[in-house]
Design a protein around this ligand. Structure first.
Ligand code: SAH
Length: 391
């Protein structure tokens, strides 16, 4: 059996059931494991720690599949995927669009599976997940109501594992281009081939509902609107007006289609750079009652935190300046490299510099289909705050 033997004392995180083994923690590789193959991880003192997938090219040289001595095979993936799907069913019923598998937090490192109606979009980001592609696809197919599996393994992180980007029909008909799903009464067309992530930001589901509940009668600005998730919920919630900004012409094209699908004459869609557009609104004294800031990941890792902090501070400061008295700011960070604590400090600094005494009235995170395993704090990437400025 292939084994990784750890350096003395380097078994501590595995004992806390954190699934990552860093290359610097490994003293010796026994046997000749290939990329993605199953290895046993043993401590320097001869204690069995985990069965894991080997990623020879990555700094995360192994990811634990399990803490028991067990076979990693088709049954293992069927069991894990069944467990993940049962969790979703019990929390979210039969929602048409949801994340079925959320990587490490579901005991499946490197595996993300999102369901849009009868289509599953699968993203594999580790050598171990790559090795078990067929077993994973078959297990997903067996969860019921699934007609096809479309693979979108084109995330940048694959390069760190030495894996090429893959976009392909894995099971079922070829080339799905569009699906339409209903989320809480609104229809969204999703571009599975070119859209961001697996096509849609499922993680913001609950936060879009919060916005809908607070939008009535307000002038709403949705910055970084993508295909209109927040903007259309603002319209559905009775917003007086909605302006939505994005730099991507393709995203806005689909956003407009989504508005038409739901019969909305608004929002007003503006293509451009949010950093510049917010300044333009400030300079022309155009004010709003509710602003949403849902930017892309400015800091994928902690190494980018400083530059990212400046960008977050900039847009939050501008947003505070655009709010009328009593206005609300929905502000988010999906950067793994910026902690919830740091994010709150950045927003506090922005309010201070904008000269407003804002309060946090709610703290937001990803929806329940993006659970965070307690042994894997890295899973908590999406943080949000609703801030209110005094009326
Ligand atoms: N709120 C959306 C998701 C936003 S994703 C939802 O709920 O669906 C982030 C979006 O920011 C992407 O659509 C991307 O095109 C856009 N974007 C990135 N940088 C930008 C910039 N500087 N100005 C405007 N839009 C930008």
């Amino acid at each position: 059996m292939n084994r990784l033997i750890l350096k003395p004392g380097r078994e501590k995180s595995l004992k806390r059931r954190h699934p990552w083994v860093f290359s610097g923690a490994v003293a010796k590789v026994q046997g000749n494991p290939g990329a993605g193959e199953t290895v046993e991880v043993w401590s320097a003192t001869g204690e069995f720690m985990a069965v894991a997938a080997y990623s020879p090219q990555s700094q995360i040289v192994a990811r634990a599949w399990d803490w028991e001595h067990r076979a990693i095979d088709g049954d293992f993936f069927r069991e894990r995927i069944e467990r993940a799907v049962t969790c979703r069913r019990s929390l979210m019923g039969d929602a048409a669009a949801m994340r079925l598998v959320h990587g490490e937090s579901d005991g499946l490192p490197g595996v993300v599976a999102d369901r849009y109606g009868d289509t599953i979009v699968l993203q594999l980001t580790s050598a171990g997940a790559e090795r078990w592609r067929d077993a994973i696809a078959d297990a997903l197919l067996g969860t019921g109501g699934v007609a096809r599996i479309w693979e979108r393994s084109d995330a940048d992180v694959r390069a760190l594992e030495g894996l090429p980007p893959v976009t392909a029909a894995l099971r079922g008909p070829r080339e799905p281009t569009r699906v339409v799903v209903t989320e809480e009464g609104l229809q969204f067309a999703i571009d599975l081939v070119h859209g961001h992530k697996t096509g849609f930001y499922l993680d913001q589901r609950d936060n879009r509902q919060q916005l809908k509940a607070l939008a009535n009668g307000r002038d709403v600005l949705d910055a970084f609107c993508y295909t209109g998730g927040f903007a259309l919920n603002a319209a559905a919630g009775g917003a007086k007006s909605v302006v939505a900004l994005d730099s991507s012409a393709e995203a806005l094209e689909l956003a407009k289609e989504n508005a038409a699908l739901n019969g909305f004459a608004q929002p007003e869609w503006v293509e451009g750079d949010v950093f510049q557009l917010l300044r333009k609104f400030r300079d022309s004294r155009r004010f709003f009652d509710l602003v949403v800031l849902d930017p892309p990941k400015f800091a994928p890792t902690a190494a980018h935190a400083e530059k990212a902090s400046r960008a977050y501070k900039d847009i939050n400061l501008l947003a505070f300046k655009l709010l009328r008295p009593g206005g609300l700011l929905f502000t988010f960070s999906c950067s793994g490299g910026v902690s919830a604590d740091l994010f709150r400090k950045i927003v506090a600094g922005a309010a201070l510099d904008a000269g407003v005494d804002a309060q946090v009235v709610a703290q937001l995170g990803a929806a329940a289909d993006h659970p965070v395993a307690l042994n894997f704090p890295e899973g908590e990437y999406l943080k949000g705050l609703i801030c209110r400025v005094p009326g």
